[in-house]
Design a protein around this ligand. Structure first.
Ligand SMILES: [Zn+2]
Length: 276
């Protein structure tokens, strides 16, 4: 497999599908799916983490396979993905929606050698709502490209038809919460030396949010009725509780028991979304 005539640098934490999308554009093809077919694999195979497809992409794109794996998403089963080594339930990963940091994207599209905007794997995690690097809120776009599918990131950004300045205007300044900081670092492979490192990635993300929801909004609160900002606040608060370990969790449970009666007599309705 010869190297492609034009190469683009792989961005830190970039998904392989995004790398393919930028290589395609740099080499004169607007659709990543077309580019992948020319190379002997499908864009979906890259998006699912197929080893053969990934090793061909690494070879033609002039990067080490290990580098490419730093942003890899693997489909483990119909209900599970592995996001850079972290097991995540399908319902806790966002792939279809166009989610990005406006500052990262604006920087990429104004860099001549980049081949367009690169998608960072952290943007797949709904509990990460802030770009740690820029301290900017991630932008969530509902549009869906039927011709491109979900994984042709650079193409989907081009389809928005926005200049770099207009893209920057989509952002708002926001400091990452403790939960966002923890999850982003964990995806980047950092061991943070807390008891949470031994719990599943998705369980920390959702657990923090649920504990926070119960403590801030009560056991009757419904996740689907909370705004994104309320869920973010809940995640931040729940992460503080979880970080305290046993003591934090027991404090919350003792409060529920105080308000509702003896723990022995409590039924599932007294725990609300915590029970579910
Ligand atoms: Zn950013």
């Amino acid at each position: 497999m010869p190297l492609l005539p034009i190469l683009v640098p792989l961005m830190p934490g970039e998904t392989p599908a995004s790398f393919a999308s930028r290589l395609a554009w740099a080499n004169g093809l607007s659709f990543a799916s077309e580019f992948c077919t020319d190379q002997g694999f499908t864009l979906q195979a890259i998006a699912d983490g197929d080893e053969r497809a990934l090793s061909i992409l690494a070879r033609v794109g002039g990067v080490e396979l290990a580098q490419l794996m730093c942003g890899v998403v693997c489909k483990v089963s119909t209900g599970q993905y592995r996001l850079v080594g972290q097991l995540v339930e399908k319902r806790w990963i966002t792939r279809r929606r166009l989610r990005f940091c406006p500052e990262c994207v604006a920087d990429d599209v104004t860099t001549d050698t980049a081949g367009g905007a690169a998608q960072r794997c952290a943007w797949h995690v709904p509990s990460i709502r802030t770009c740690q690097h820029h301290q900017v809120r991630l932008y969530d776009d509902n549009s869906y490209s039927h011709s491109r599918g979900p994984h042709d990131f650079a193409g989907r950004i081009r389809d928005l038809n926005l200049g770099a300045d207009q893209v920057r205007e989509l952002g708002a300044w926001q400091v990452p919460t403790g939960l966002e900081d923890y999850l982003t670092r964990r995806l980047a492979g950092e061991k943070q030396g807390t008891w949470l490192d031994n719990i599943g990635f998705g369980a920390v993300a959702l657990g923090a949010e649920i504990f926070g929801v119960v403590d801030l909004f009560g056991v009757d609160a419904k996740l689907k009725h909370l705004s994104d900002n309320e869920k973010r606040r809940a995640g931040a608060w729940g992460f503080e509780l979880l970080s305290e370990g046993e003591e934090g969790l027991f404090r919350l449970l003792r409060r529920l028991h105080r308000e509702a009666g003896s723990p022995i007599s409590l039924s599932r309705r007294n725990y609300g979304c915590l029970f579910n």
